[in-house]
Design a protein around this ligand. Sequence first.
Ligand SMILES: *[C@@H]1O[C@H](CO)[C@@H](O)[C@H](O)[C@H]1NC(C)=O
Ligand SMILES: *[C@@H]1O[C@H](CO)[C@@H](O)[C@H](O)[C@H]1NC(C)=O
Ligand SMILES: *[C@@H]1O[C@H](CO)[C@@H](O)[C@H](O)[C@H]1NC(C)=O
Ligand SMILES: *[C@@H]1O[C@H](CO)[C@@H](O)[C@H](O)[C@H]1NC(C)=O
Ligand SMILES: *[C@@H]1O[C@H](CO)[C@@H](O)[C@H](O)[C@H]1NC(C)=O
Ligand SMILES: *[C@@H]1O[C@H](CO)[C@@H](O)[C@H](O)[C@H]1NC(C)=O
Ligand SMILES: *[C@@H]1O[C@H](CO)[C@@H](O)[C@H](O)[C@H]1NC(C)=O
Ligand SMILES: *[C@@H]1O[C@H](CO)[C@@H](O)[C@H](O)[C@H]1NC(C)=O
Ligand SMILES: *[C@@H]1O[C@H](CO)[C@@H](O)[C@H](O)[C@H]1NC(C)=O
Length: 241
Amino acid sequence: MLREIFLLECLSALIIVQLLQTSSASHNNQCNSSSCGKIPIISYPFRLKEDPKHCGDSSYELVCENNTASLYLNSNKYHVQAIDYLNFTIRFAGSALKNDSCSFPQYSLSRYNFYNNYPYSMYNLTKSEYFAELNWPITFMSCPYPVNSSLFLETSHCDNRFYASNASYSSTRRYTYVKVGDLNVSDVRDMCSIDLIVMTSWPFKDVNNISLSEIHGSLIYGFELSWYAGLRQFFPSVITA
Ligand SMILES: *[C@@H]1O[C@H](CO)[C@@H](O)[C@H](O)[C@H]1NC(C)=O
Ligand SMILES: *[C@@H]1O[C@H](CO)[C@@H](O)[C@H](O)[C@H]1NC(C)=O
Ligand SMILES: *[C@@H]1O[C@H](CO)[C@@H](O)[C@H](O)[C@H]1NC(C)=O
Ligand SMILES: *[C@@H]1O[C@H](CO)[C@@H](O)[C@H](O)[C@H]1NC(C)=O
Ligand SMILES: *[C@@H]1O[C@H](CO)[C@@H](O)[C@H](O)[C@H]1NC(C)=O
Ligand SMILES: *[C@@H]1O[C@H](CO)[C@@H](O)[C@H](O)[C@H]1NC(C)=O
Ligand SMILES: *[C@@H]1O[C@H](CO)[C@@H](O)[C@H](O)[C@H]1NC(C)=O
Ligand SMILES: *[C@@H]1O[C@H](CO)[C@@H](O)[C@H](O)[C@H]1NC(C)=O
Ligand SMILES: *[C@@H]1O[C@H](CO)[C@@H](O)[C@H](O)[C@H]1NC(C)=O
């Protein structure tokens, strides 16, 4: 299944690359760029809700509130941290994160949410070898007993309810852990559960030696998505195949 999706991604990316230039040229019709807070230039394909209707692409509409640009991904709100028009990436961070190393995201958002989510891609498509990941996964796990593993950083001193949803939170799962980077299923011990998977594009120096405050910093920094593959919208048959 994953293999098939991967092949579809390859196919659509190839078609997109060919169409990209012609398409963006035709959309540059006399629109001034907008700005919002720390995002100085909001221009095609992005638009602000109050921009003239013909400007930007409605799939990339941002809202500017209190000098902060944001949008909804997977029904949850994310703040825009930066937009880079040269490498086609936009960086988002969860809107509810507080300045406290025990403040974690409340909702999962990982590569699994983006297989068919056309406006954005998880891959660095400016790279010659396609499908290089833009982000690290960060996995939050909880267990009914202490796990002594060098893979995980313990977060039990944090209030679990910062992130555990009602469904997975249980008073028996008192031991909580976090790990940056891919996780093997075999690393998840019996009776432990994965509570949340999020992502970050923070350039960690050494993923095997990370502090909780660095993880928190990476969550505030956010994750990058590419809109380079967004033209998949012109190929609905490829997407729904
Ligand atoms: C763009 O901005 C200039 C200067 O602010 C203004 O004169 C012009 O009408 C604007 N164009 C559009 C399409 O809004
Ligand atoms: C904007 O700021 C005001 C005052 O600080 C606050 O009451 C309001 O909830 C904020 N709105 C958003 C969308 O954050
Ligand atoms: C976050 O908290 C630290 C101390 O805990 C403080 O030094 C820093 O200025 C705070 N940052 C912001 C953006 O409030
Ligand atoms: C795009 O550019 C920004 C700013 O220079 C950089 O932080 C980001 O890592 C770049 N992303 C990619 C995919 O190259
Ligand atoms: C994406 O690919 C470009 C081109 O190879 C590279 O310069 C850039 O650093 C990559 N960005 C990330 C975040 O991996
Ligand atoms: C955890 O494992 C390390 C080595 O893997 C060992 O030295 C240490 O005693 C263990 N701690 C506990 C509490 O079991
Ligand atoms: C979680 O469960 C508690 C008690 O069962 C309930 O009061 C609370 O509203 C629930 N919270 C959410 C977000 O569903
Ligand atoms: C997963 O397990 C395989 C085989 O044990 C190992 O080669 C690989 O490095 C592991 N990956 C991670 C991310 O731990
Ligand atoms: C881990 O990082 C800390 C702080 O950056 C450093 O002092 C320490 O030597 C590192 N440990 C290893 C095993 O690399």
